[in-house]
Design a protein around this ligand. Sequence first.
Ligand SMILES: *Cc1c(COP(=O)(O)O)cnc(C)c1O
Length: 488
Amino acid sequence: MKPLFSQETPSLFALSLSGRSALALPKLDVPETPLPKSLLREELPLPELDEVSVVRHFTQLSQKNYSIDGQFYPLGSCTMKYNPKINEAAAQLRGFTHAHPLLPPAQSQGSLKLMYQLQEVLKELTGFTGFSLQPAAGAQGELAGMLMIRAYHRDRGDTQRKRILVPDSAHGTNPATCTMAGFTVETIASDPRGAVDLAALKAACTGKNAETLAGLMITNPGTLGLFEPEIQEILWSIHDAGGLVYGDGANFNALMGIIKPADMDFDVMHLNLHKSFSTPHGGGGPGAGAVGAGPRLAEYLPGPQITRQGDAYTFTTPPHSIGRMKGFYGNFSVLVRAYTYLRLLGKEGIRRVAEYAVLNANYLRSLLKAAYPTPFGADRPCMHEFVASPNLGKGITTLDIAKRLIDYGFHPPTIYFPLIVKEALMIEPTETESKETLDAFAAALMAIAEEAKTQPELLKAAPHNTPVGRLDETEAARKPILRVRACP
Ligand SMILES: *Cc1c(COP(=O)(O)O)cnc(C)c1O
């Protein structure tokens, strides 16, 4: 595959030639007056370029972006599936883009109807009794759910229920949102199968421990890409102790159309509409973390919800609502895309999505198993993703493998997460990839395993085809450089 990012793009300042211009201003029809000296800042040079050079410069920069429209993007946990272009066509309809969120319901029936129907489809897919489309991301849905659980216990005078159990394989947002909602997080270990250690869980929610239990936050399938074998037993234990269960629905792609979270007895769960239902995401948004709830918690959902009275749509707030999580209705254009995707596929199509996502992951896992074994759950099928623990020898780390994959033209999978897998390499192919793409990706990873034996230094120094090599990611996040400078 053609190496990406192979040439460096010079900055506009380096391309600048004195006297060039991309502007042709009309003839002056007023007297010319020189700008006051105080407004001209000599220390701020501007590049001088013609229009073609400017267009080519920015087009080339945009082509350096790695994107799902350009290449395979097997980033585990993120569900980087192809986003059908019909979603964009729907989101760009003038009736949607020109609707102001302060329009009265009578003048926004179309938008309200779409949101109402989306709520209904999500209820059907999950079995929940209520949905709120407001949260702007999965993490905000989590926070909403935790605030709902807090309100529920408070209404019963159970203010001593402060402990939330969270498995050690959890996504970082899980303990973070529990803490933000005022709970204390108690980590539950995984057993050698990669499942929740049932004995540890039971110990944490029986006897004296039952009285202080607020609930459990769990992802199923978990971040190891494995279905939780004892999910029923786990959820019943929590409910027996008077606790509630939050489901992190980020892995819904493996289940949708097959089983409903409410049937497993989850009380509240978010769906990452941008992951499961194909909205472009990454780089921080926008997203949508619709949150659904069963009978115990539905009346605590954030408002407003879209409701129907006869043929008219309006919005109302559930009786014990925790309030708003975000302005207006959430990220409306993401809702339009998710709705379009769901309508496009229909009930049968959604089920096929989950089946192919799981099939693709198992196919890829089997192609890679000689060099990239999965320490947890190797004896049973994985769901929509799997977590390998490579040990290629010669001091080669997962970071080296990830960097070398860039030379082969692939976005690296998620690395070093979940934390309980040594040198974790977390791969999620999604249902939208062809067998040819999966074969090519597996071939690249197997070639890298060979290189590790014969020329490990090649991996240690990778990537070789990018303008910059290994970056200090912590420093980059702490001190980002967000503008071009003419002078260093
Ligand atoms: C993505 C993800 C989240 C958080 O969702 P955002 O929409 O990114 O806020 C939570 N848990 C898991 C397992 C995820 O993959």
